[in-house]
Design a protein around this ligand. Structure first.
Ligand code: UDX
Length: 478
C-alpha cells in the first residue's frame, strides 16, 4: 500500500469451490500488480468458510488479512444472494442458478454502486466469472466501467460455447444421444466428437438450467472488454483464433504461484484433514488419490464398485468422501458396511483435504478423478497421471484433453458410466503398478508438468500474457 493504485477491481465470486479457488488466485495476482481489489463472497460462502476455518461462529474471518500484511491492497466483502443461508445451492442448483442469472443482478448492482462510491479517486472496473454473464456486461454498461470475464475452464470448452450458433446451424446444439459426429468446423478446434461435448449441450443433460442459459451467457461474454482464461497457450490454437473477436489471455495455471501468499489463503469450504503423516509412511508413487471434487454426486452402487475395485487392486489410496457425494442425499451410509475395517492401513478415507498438498506429495502416483478442471490442472502441475471418471458439466470434454490429446490419463469406463469392480481394479493396476501403460503415462505427465511450470516462468507464455493483459487493461481504464 502507499503507492498509487492502478485501478479498483470489484470482484464477485461464484459460490462453488471449483470457481472460488481460481477466482481468489486471480484476485491475488491482480493485487500483486498494484490494483486495489474489493473481493466479495456470497454470505453463505462466508459462513461456510468461517465454520471450516474457525470451528465456531467465526464471523470475523477475513480471507485476506495475510495478503494485506504483505502489502497488497485487497479488501474482503460479503454480498447477500437473496436466499436463506441454509438453502442447499447444490441440490437445488437449477432453481438457484436460474435466479442468480436473473434477480441477483439488482443486488450486485447496488453493491457495485456503493463500492465505487467508497473509492471515488480510483478508477473502478468489474471482474467476474464468465458464467455469471449476461448481468456483468449490463452493470458495467450502467456504470460505464470496463468488465473482465474470467473463464475458469479449458479454452476448448469456451470456444464450443462461444460458437453455439455455428453448432446449432450444423445440428450439433442441442446435441442428440447416440450421435457420434466429428466436429471440425469450430475455429481453432482441430476436432472433437459429439460424444465428448459437455453434458449441458443436451436438451435433457445435467444441469438443464445451463442448457437453457448458455446462449444468453455467451451473448453477454461477447460484450466483455477482456477475457482471461485458466489455461495455457499450449492447450491449442483456440485462443489465437478467438482473438479476432475479443482480447483473450491464457494466464493459467492460476492455482499456482511462486508467491506464498497465494497458498496461505483459506479457500476450502470444508475443514481439511491432514494426510501428510499417512503419506509419509508410503513409498514413492504408491498411493492413488481418489476425489470427485466439490459439486457432483454419484450413486451408492458406483461408490460400492469403486470401493471394492480399490480393495481388489491392493493399491494404497486416499479417498475423499465429501458431504453430499451420494445423489440420494444420504450422508451416513456412503461406503459399504465393513469397508473401512477391511482397508486397514492400505487406505485413508477423509471428508476433505488440501488437494494440492496431497497431489504434490511424492507418495502419490495416480489420481482417480472426475476431471473437474481445477483437479485436472492440479494433477498436470504435479505430473500425476489420471484415471478419468467424468460425471457432469464439461468433465467429459476435459477427459478428452487428458486421455486423447495429452495422453496423460486413461478412461475408467470405455463405454458409458457403468462401473465394474474388476475393471476398476485392472485400470488402477495399469496406472499404478509399473507396466507399459504406467510408464508411458508417466513420461507424458512429466512433459506436461514441464509445460505448466514453464508457462509461469519469467519468459513463459502465461507470465507474458498476464503482463500483456495488465498493460492492455491499464490502457483501457486510463
Ligand atoms: C466444478 C465443476 O464440477 C467442474 O466440472 C468445473 O471444471 C469446475 O467447477 P468441482 O467439481 O469442484 O468444480 O471440481 P474441480 O474443478 O476439480 O475443483 C475442486 C477444487 O477443490 C480443486 O481446486 C481442488 O484442489 C479442491 N479440493 C478438492 C480440495 O481442496 N480438497 C478436496 O478434498 C477436494
Amino acid at each position: 500500500m502507499g503507492k498509487q493504485s492502478k485501478g479498483h477491481a470489484i470482484m464477485i465470486s461464484v459460490p462453488y469451490q471449483g470457481h472460488i479457488n481460481p477466482f481468489i488466485n486471480l484476485a491475488l495476482k491482480l493485487a500483486s500488480k498494484g490494483f486495489t481489489i474489493t473481493f466479495a463472497h456470497l454470505e453463505f460462502v462466508h459462513q461456510k468458510l468461517s465454520k471450516a476455518h474457525h470451528s465456531g461462529n467465526g464471523t470475523e474471518v477475513d480471507l485476506f488479512t495475510e495478503a494485506r500484511e504483505s502489502g497488497l491492497d485487497i479488501r474482503y466483502a460479503t454480498i447477500n444472494d437473496g436466499f436463506p443461508l441454509e438453502f442447499d445451492r447444490v441440490l437445488n442448483f437449477d432453481e438457484y442458478w436460474g435466479i442468480i442469472l436473473r434477480d441477483f443482478a439488482s443486488l450486485v448492482d447496488e453493491f457495485v454502486g456503493k463500492t465505487i462510491q467508497s473509492e471515488p479517486f480510483i478508477v473502478p472496473f468489474l471482474v467476474t466469472d464468465a458464467v455469471f454473464y449476461p448481468w456483468p456486461a449490463t452493470i458495467a454498461d450502467k456504470y460505464d466501467i470496463v468488465n473482465v470475464a474470467f473463464w475458469t475452464q479449458p479454452a476448448l470448452v469456451f470456444s464450443l460455447s462461444y460458437h453455439l450458433d455455428l453448432l446449432r446451424e450444423k445440428g450439433h446444439f442441442p446435441c442428440k444421444d447416440n450421435v457420434e459426429d466429428e466436429i471440425n468446423y469450430v475455429p481453432g478446434v482441430e476436432s472433437i466428437n459429439t460424444r465428448d461435448l459437455m453434458s449441458y449441450f443436451k436438451e435433457d443433460g445435467f444441469p438443464i438450467i445451463l442448457y437453457k442459459t448458455l446462449p444468453l451467457t455467451f451473448e453477454g461474454v461477447k460484450k466483455s472488454d477482456f477475457i482471461v482464461h485458466n489455461t495455457v497457450d499450449e492447450e491449442s490454437d483456440i485462443l489465437s483464433a478467438l482473438n479476432k473477436y475479443q482480447p483473450n489471455y491464457a494466464i493459467g495455471p492460476i492455482n499456482f504461484s511462486k508467491n506464498l501468499t497465494t497458498n496461505s489463503i483459506s479457500k476450502s469450504l470444508w475443514s481439511e484433514s491432514d494426510c501428510t503423516q499417512w503419506l509419509e509412511s508410503k513409498s514413492p508413487g504408491s498411493v492413488l488419490y481418489v476425489s470427485f471434487g466439490s459439486f457432483v454426486h454419484t450413486s451408492k452402487q458406483i461408490i460400492e464398485e469403486i470401493a471394492y475395485g480399490l480393495l481388489l487392486s491392493e493399491v494404497n489410496f486416499i479417498w475423499v468422501i465429501r458431504e453430499g457425494i451420494l445423489n440420494s442425499g444420504d450422508t451416513n451410509h456412503v461406503l459399504p458396511v465393513g469397508f473401512e475395517d477391511e482397508i486397514k492401513d492400505k487406505g485413508l478415507i477423509v471428508p476433505w483435504c488440501d488437494q494440492i498438498t496431497v497431489l504434490s506429495n511424492p507418495a502419490v502416483g495416480g489420481f482417480l478423478t472426475h476431471n473437474g478442471w481445477n483437479s485436472t490442472v492440479e494433477s498436470m502441475w504435479c505430473g500425476v497421471p489420471m484415471i478419468s471418471y467424468p460425471i457432469a458439466f464439461e468433465q467429459v470434454t476435459n477427459m478428452k484433453l487428458v486421455v486423447d490429446d495429452w495422453k496423460i490419463g486413461i478412461r475408467l469406463c470405455d463405454h458409458g458410466m457403468s462401473v465394474d469392480r474388476k475393471i476398476v481394479a485392472e485400470k488402477i493396476k495399469s496406472v499404478m503398478c509399473g507396466g507399459s501403460i504406467s510408464k508411458r503415462l508417466r513420461q507424458e505427465a512429466d512433459k506436461v508438468k514441464t509445460v505448466m511450470r514453464d508457462a509461469l516462468e519469467t519468459d513463459g507464455s502465461s507470465k507474458r500474457n498476464f503482463d500483456q493483459f495488465v498493460e492492455d487493461l491499464e490502457a483501457k481504464i486510463a
